[in-house]
Ligand binder design. Structure first.
Ligand code: NAP
Length: 319
């Protein structure tokens, strides 16, 4: 389809952390992005009481909910029938399942455009990126695509860290940095003056919707997009402004972060991934001379500012 607009979209992992935002943005887009929007979800999620409000709301807006097992090829083939565009929002633990999903997409007659689950750190930022442990599964998916897909075209949406997830201070990983609105305390990596590029979670949805509207700028591309660039010290200043009080700021040196990161990997701790990503972000792995926002028709004023995300955190709104 190369530069044709999508017509029938299938979203996989729609009810997950970022899938919710991506699906909401696509479902509520005006004018509509596609003629038909479907989501493919597991039976467990379809019958999960905590997901009912979301599913009911989407159904009331015309979304078709297809229930099936991602590891069952017949279920996937059925879900792909008539679909031209697939958006995968699968979680980290399910990334490698996309290889089979991509194979089935290539074999199908209908699927032409596939967004693999990325929406995060640039896994090909520089020469050291290929050795970063958290990148390995996404790198394998890209490699599979390069080596095996001819008919289906892909778009990777690289957003950097979600500011909404970056802000909270995680009790078991305080030295990895964060901002605690209750105790008015922040932990920042390094001096706190190093710049980081962020995307808000609602803006991830907006950016994927924009990519769908601009196939000429997004088909076959790795899109580097973001809401804004800021520093941890500017985030502290914004919290102080919104809470009307001075915050306590502790620092984790870059060296200390690297030491704890190594300890966590050596101990096989699942939180090691967080330390590695925080290190990559703190050391400039989210910075670009120019992003692709403009190519997708988005101006700086179209994106959420830091104050919006801080406001949600101050009001205790989850994501
Ligand atoms: N930039 C950032 O700061 C940041 C933060 C978090 C995530 N991310 C990225 O965003 C993408 C999505 O992550 P997420 O946190 O939104 O995902 P998630 O909520 O953990 O999972 C999304 C969906 O994937 C399906 N799923 C999850 N685990 C599965 C498994 N083991 N087997 C089969 N299906 C499974 C489920 O779909 P059903 O229930 O519908 O079956 C689930 O709702 C990933 O690529 C991740 O790296 C980026």
């Amino acid at each position: 389809m190369a530069t044709q607009l999508p017509s029938k979209i299938l979203i996989i992992g729609a009810t997950g952390n970022i899938g919710k935002y991506i699906t909401n943005a696509i479902v509520s887009a005006k004018p509509p992005i596609a003629q038909q929007i479907s989501i493919f979800t597991s039976q467990a999620t379809a019958s999960n009481p905590s997901k009912q409000a979301l599913l009911t709301s989407w159904k009331s807006q015309g979304v078709t909910v297809v229930t099936g097992d991602l590891s069952n090829a017949d279920d996937v083939k059925k879900a792909y029938s008539g679909i031209d565009t697939v958006i995968s929002c699968l979680g980290r633990n399910a990334l490698l399942r996309q290889i089979e999903l991509l194979k089935l997409a290539e074999e199908s007659k209908d699927v032409q455009w596939f967004f693999p689950s990325e929406y995060g750190t640039d896994i090909e930022y520089d020469a050291s990126s290929k050795d970063e442990k958290p990148h390995q599964n996404k790198l394998r998916v890209r490699e599979f695509i390069r080596d095996n897909l001819n008919r289906v075209q892909c778009t990777y949406v690289v957003t950097g860290p979600y500011i909404d997830m970056f802000l909270p201070l995680v009790p078991v990983a305080e030295d990895a940095g964060g901002f605690d609105t209750k105790s008015k305390r922040a932990v920042v990596i390094g001096s706190g003056d190093e710049k980081i590029g962020f995307t808000t979670m609602p803006d991830v949805g907006k950016l994927v919707a924009a990519a769908l509207r601009h196939p000429e700028a997004s088909v076959g591309k790795v899109l580097k997009v973001q809401s804004f660039v800021t520093t941890p010290n500017s985030i502290v200043a914004e919290f102080e402004r919104q809470t009307g009080t001075k915050w306590t700021v502790d620092h984790t040196s870059n060296q200390k972060l690297r030491e704890v990161e190594k300890e966590k990997w050596d101990a096989n701790s699942p939180i090691a991934t967080l330390y590695t990503l925080k290190r990559i972000w703190a050391e400039g792995g989210t910075l670009y001379d120019k992003t692709d926002n403009e190519a997708l028709g988005l101006k700086p004023e179209d994106m959420e500012p830091l104050s919006a995300a801080v406001n949600r955190a101050v009001n205790g709104e989850g994501y």
